[in-house]
Write a protein that binds this ligand. Structure first.
Ligand SMILES: *Cc1c(COP(=O)(O)O)cnc(C)c1O
Length: 371
């Protein structure tokens, strides 16, 4: 995880303790929401305790019902946020080159029960927002985005935050900007923002008036303190991630069978995700490469493995969905992510690359010890 400026963080903790205001829309949360709204150039930002609840609340506040089309190539929370409400996530395929939800696949899955599309800006790269909006307009659907990866990134030259009806960000410890646990819902819709604010706080309007069912998704002051500190340190996170990404690029471009996922050159990306694709004809499989790296204490991950449609309850509820997800099926067997951030250095990247290169030079030997 990115730590940021410890002295600034400690000072903020002192302020919280001195003020004895720990939660319930305190000054740190308000400042965090305002900083985010400015950055995103969006009218409303509501901080929440995590992005999963943020997704549940945003879709619920928008009146989403029935079926919601989501990619399967995502973190499981995207689908769980829908299923948890008793709605049905329907899995769309992704574009094999961008890893983003495929608009034709979405269109083919629309039924009379479909009310919304929940796109995911995987790796901080924007979905085809215009095409999705046009499709949704024609079919009377709501479009929202899981923007958990997207802070510090741009889409069509602008920060994320105002695509679709709402976008939901995550500040989980592993994300680029973190608040230990946390998230935020961004929207330009005044009424939706109002409903979201009530839902986040038990349905309270004012101090003792409850006007609708709500939950508790409030962000605490201590989380907002970390979030603010993280935002202030962002330039150093960006520099570090770029340094590490460039080092991976330099070393991995020389290894046959492996390629780094490349971000659109015209956009800004946080480089928080170092995404590698293993070619079908590579000397080792993706799983073997990950096993080798993990055996060397390198936290490489299969991602997004095995694809949400192969996780429960989805695998049992819709056992046929793999049939219309060919790109997702391929990617979930070819993609891995590598460690980045302050824990990494260019020297360590060189060592990671040399482990992979020597494993690929001895495939038979590796194959005899890892599956
Ligand atoms: C991290 C993540 C989430 C969940 O965020 P939390 O804040 O941990 O609830 C949702 N979707 C994607 C794509 C993520 O990467």
């Amino acid at each position: 995880p990115n730590v940021g400026d410890r002295d600034r963080l400690a000072k903020r903790f002192d302020e919280i303790l001195d003020r004895v205001w720990f939660t319930n829309n305190g000054p740190m949360v308000q400042e965090f929401e305002q900083s985010l709204a400015l950055r995103f150039a969006v009218r409303h930002v509501v901080a929440v305790c995590n992005a999963t609840l943020g997704l549940e609340i945003a879709t619920r506040a928008a009146g989403v019902e029935g079926e919601v089309i989501v990619p399967s190539f995502t973190f499981v929370a995207t689908a769980h946020a829908i299923q948890w409400q008793g709605l049905t996530p329907v899995f769309a395929d992704v574009d094999p080159s961008t890893h983003l939800i495929d608009v034709d696949s979405v269109e083919s899955l629309i039924t009379p029960r479909t009310t919304a599309i929940l796109g995911v800006h995987a790796w901080g790269v924007g979905c085809e927002t215009e095409a999705l909006q046009r499709l949704a307009g024609r079919r009377g659907l709501t479009v929202m985005y899981d923007a958990a990866h997207a802070i510090g990134c741009t889409h069509r030259g602008r920060p994320f935050g105002s695509n679709g009806l709402a976008e939901v960000f995550s500040f989980h410890a592993t994300k680029y900007v973190n608040s230990f646990e946390g998230g935020a819902i961004a929207t330009n819709d005044d009424e939706l923002a109002e409903r979201i604010r009530h839902m986040v706080n038990f349905g309270f309007e004012g101090t003792d008036q409850v006007t609708s069912v709500g939950t508790n998704a409030k962000m605490s002051e201590i989380s907002a303190a970390m979030g603010l500190t993280s935002l202030e340190s962002e330039m150093s996170f960006a520099r570090q991630n770029r340094l590490i990404w460039d080092a991976y690029d330099e070393h991995f471009s020389r290894i046959p069978g492996l390629s780094l996922y490349r971000f659109p050159v015209e956009e800004t990306n946080s480089h928080q995700y170092v995404v590698v694709e293993v070619a079908e004809d590579c000397a080792l499989t993706r799983d073997q490469i990950v096993a080798v790296l993990q055996a060397e204490n390198c936290m490489a991950r299969r991602y997004f493995f095995p694809g949400v449609h192969r996780m429960e309850p989805y695998a049992s509820l819709a056992p046929m969905s793999a049939r219309w997800l060919p790109a997702t099926e391929a990617l979930t067997h070819r993609v891995l992510t590598l460690p980045t951030g302050t824990a990494m250095s260019p020297d360590l990247v060189a060592r990671v690359a040399s482990v992979v290169a020597s494993a690929l030079e001895n495939p038979a030997e590796v194959g005899s010890c890892v599956e």
